[in-house]
Each structure stands twice: as structure tokens, then as C-alpha cells.
Design a protein around this ligand. Sequence first.
Ligand SMILES: Cc1cc2nc3c(=O)[nH]c(=O)nc-3n(C[C@H](O)[C@H](O)[C@H](O)COP(=O)(O)O)c2cc1C
Length: 519
Amino acid sequence: MTGPRILLIVGGGIAAYKSCELIRLIRKGGGEVTCVLTEGGAKFITAMTLAALSENPVHTTLWDLTSEIEMGHIQLSRSADLVVVCPATADLMARMAHGIADDMATTLLLATDKPVLAVPAMNVRMWEHAATQANVRTLIERGVTVLDPDEGAMACGEYGPGRLPEPPAIWAAIRAALGHEAPLAGEAGPDLGASDDLGGLNAGLIHRTTVSDAVFGKAGEGEAPLVSPEGAAAEIPPADLLPSGPPLSQKGMAKAAPPTDAQAINHLVGDTAPPEPAGDMLADLPVADLLTGQGDFEPALPIDGPLTGRHVLITAGPTHEPIDPVRYIANRSSGKQGFAIAGAVAALGARVTLVAGPVHLPTPPGVDRVNVETARDMAEAVKRALPADCAVMVAAVADWRTVDVAAEKMKKRGSAPPALLLTENPDILATVSVSDKRPKLVVGFAAETEKVIEHATEKRRRKGADWIVANDVSGDVMGGEVNAVHIVTGAGVESLPEMPKDQVAMALAERIADALAAK
Ligand SMILES: Cc1cc2nc3c(=O)[nH]c(=O)nc-3n(C[C@H](O)[C@H](O)[C@H](O)COP(=O)(O)O)c2cc1C
């Protein structure tokens, strides 16, 4: 066994089912998982499911003579490289913060000498309650890494921070906690392979992030998250303000617990070169315009360019989520920026697959276009288009779709409007970032209306992307002809001046060519 050994404590929250996906990701990444299921957790998910997925015995009680003889709870608490509490309920964190050891989970947490990562999930009021926040602060002070929950619609019908982060983001945090390059580093996703030994901890080199009072926005990719909580994002302090702690030490004494994402704060993404200054972006465009002057012909594409031999996958436009045969949920994305990027990378020689939502834009020369309507169609088309050297996810994927699509047009019934029950769409960017076929360079877009760079920095970490291109959409960017973007990478932020979208596209295409050449 060369991968990380994770002791996964599953608490009693509605999000317990997501631990199944997490186990799958850890194992796919070469790790081993042993599960501890709390009494509360067992109300939501069975030990049998966890045992089947982890292929390991599941520990549910302190008072099991056989288990205690086979592997005592103290030994169990130390047999892993990392203890992950997911979901970490308010109750579990309260007991952890107060040193209570009245079941298997809390006894292990008190006895362990290994780093602990807690992934909270609860109702927004529970999360914001002063008691929970005080407990979280206590845990952080004692060296536990506590992830900020996502913000969004809750199973209980309320809205706000408290949702469990998506399993790919948790997996990225686990890798970071183990001192390993998260998938951000341009590796082939979680495919750790035999040589990729996470068993050895290197967390002493890593700074600790603190939980923020603010919480993440849960935006879809691209220009226009649908009804997204734009206003909230975790704030990551500059790297030089972070405490530089001693090497990871024992729980209780630890002052430098692993970070939720050390790499995303200030680092180079793999061996990717930091972006060059914009310069005169179009001056050297190697377009061999062989057909110049020949009427309506499209300009020819270069036979040889810096992206020749590369496959670039791009998503663009909105998605439409049907409500009934005539109505749908949509957003204001025009697709112009994504189409321009497709054209620019094609002009530099790339083979381009453009997965386009419903827009009426001409296909740029040299681009293979796949038209889709919904987020799920788009996710499927992206999956089919991989592998690629680079993925640029510009589309404004609707965060939600209706649970049911009415077969017939919904009729007005008196004054009562129909209730639309929404469910979450797939997170295409996060999925590509942890895919077996992860492109060498994964670029996401973020549409923001405030704290643009902070939110984009956080989105980069959360989604596991190499770069996030952030644009301020508070003006008339959506559907407009110009854009001003900030390219957020592991090396820092490059802000480009406002310019036409095709020039933004070419600036990005040139940086993509440079980054791929450096890999
Ligand atoms: C339907 C239902 C859903 C619940 N969801 C959550 C939740 O998401 N987060 C949480 O902190 N508590 C939640 N609770 C409360 C916990 O289940 C309760 O505090 C339990 O004691 C926690 O068990 P644990 O300490 O073993 O995790 C929920 C309770 C019910 C009945």
C-alpha cells in the first residue's frame, strides 16, 4: 500500500451519503479508507454500504469486544495518515471541542496523534450559531483543519452556508492536508499511481489556513452562475500573513495543521510558467491568411502554430434547463467570450472541440462544435471529448435544474403559481479537475460582481483548476463586446486591461500555448 491511509468518520448529517463518493475518490486516488460510523451517522447510511465501498471493516461502537481485541481503538486512531470527519455535524464538533469521548468517533479523535480534517455540513442557522462558531475556532486553534462549508440550497429548504463541499473539493483538501500537490498541480487528477506515495506526510512545509467567517459562493462555471450567492466567499489571507508553523506535530500540541489548500495560496502550478505580461497580443498572430482577398472564404488556419498537435476543449454559452416543453431556466451568457477563445486557440493551430450551449453564434473556423442544451448534456459532451491537453470551461452552466420536467405545458391554475423543486446540476469544472483524463491545464471562468480576485482565488482552490479567469460582470460584460479579466494562477494574478473579447481570447490562447509548452 503506497497511498494515504484515511480514517473516515461519518457523522449523523443528511450529507452522510456524500461520504460514499468521497470513499470512491480516495480509493481511485490510490488511498485506503477505514470508516467509523457514528450512531447518528448510522441513521443516514449503513455500515454495510461503507464496508462495501471501502472494502474494510466499519467501526461503529467502542464496546465491541472482537474489534477491540483485533485492533484497539488507540491503535486504530493512529493507524491512519489523516483522520477525516465528513460530515462533521455540529454535535460532533461540539464534542470534539470539549474533549468528550463518549463513542468510538470522539474517543478516536481524542486519542489520535494524526492530523484531523473536519468537513462540516449542517443547517445554516446551526452553522452560524455562536456555539458552533466558537467550537470551530477552538478546533482550529488546536490544529484541526476545518473546511468552510459551501453555500447553497439546503435539504431543509433554507439557503446559506452549511452545505458539504463537493467530494472532489474534499479530496483536494485531503491531498493538500497530506502535504501533497492537490490536483491543481496539473497532475493527472487523483491518479496517484505506485510512485505517488502520499503515505509520507510533508505537512510541515505547509501553512495553515484559518476558517473564515465568510463562506464560499457555489457558482457554476462561467459568466453567469444562475441565481448564485455571488456575495459570499471565503477569504484567503496573503501567504505572507499566514502563520509559518513548525512541522506538523501531534494533535493537541499542533500549531501548524495542514491547510485546506496550501498550494492555491501562492505557488506555481506544476511547472507551468507564470503568465507573461499581455504585451501586444495580436502583433505576432501567426495566421497564414492564404485566401486573403477571395471573397467570402473563411481565412485559412495556420498549418503550424504554437498549439499545433494540441487538443483544446472549450465550453461556452449558457445552458437551458427545461421546465416544460415551452419553458426553461436560462441565464444571460452570450457565449461570445468562449467562442472567441475557441477561435483564438484554433488560430494558433489547436484541434478544438467547442461544447456550446444554446446560442446563435457562427462556429469559428477550424473548430469542431458540439451543440448541447442542458448542463447534463454538456457534462456528457465534455466527458466524451476528453482527453484534451487543455480544458477551458467558459460556459455559464446553470447551477440548478427542476427535479421534474412536465411532459405537457403547465397550465395556470387560478392564482397559485406552480412550485418548482430544484436540484443541483453536475459541477463540470470540478469533475474535469479530478478526472482520470484530467487535461494538463484546466482553466475555469468566474463571473463576479465584487471581490473579484478573492472570489476567483477561492474558486480556483475549490474547483481544483489550474487557472481561473475572473471577470467582473457588474457592468455590461454579459452579451457585450469587451471584457476585463484577471488570470488567477498558482503564481499570482495577472490583470489584463479592458479590451475586445477576441483580444482577451488571443491573450489567453497565447498563455495557454506557453503553459503547455512548459509542461
Ligand atoms: C433528518 C435529520 C437531518 C440532520 N442533519 C444534520 C446535519 O446535516 N448536520 C448536523 O450537524 N446535524 C444534523 N442533524 C442532527 C444530528 O443528526 C444530531 O445532532 C446527531 O446527534 C449527530 O450525530 P453525530 O454526533 O453522531 O454526528 C440532523 C438530524 C435529523 C433528524
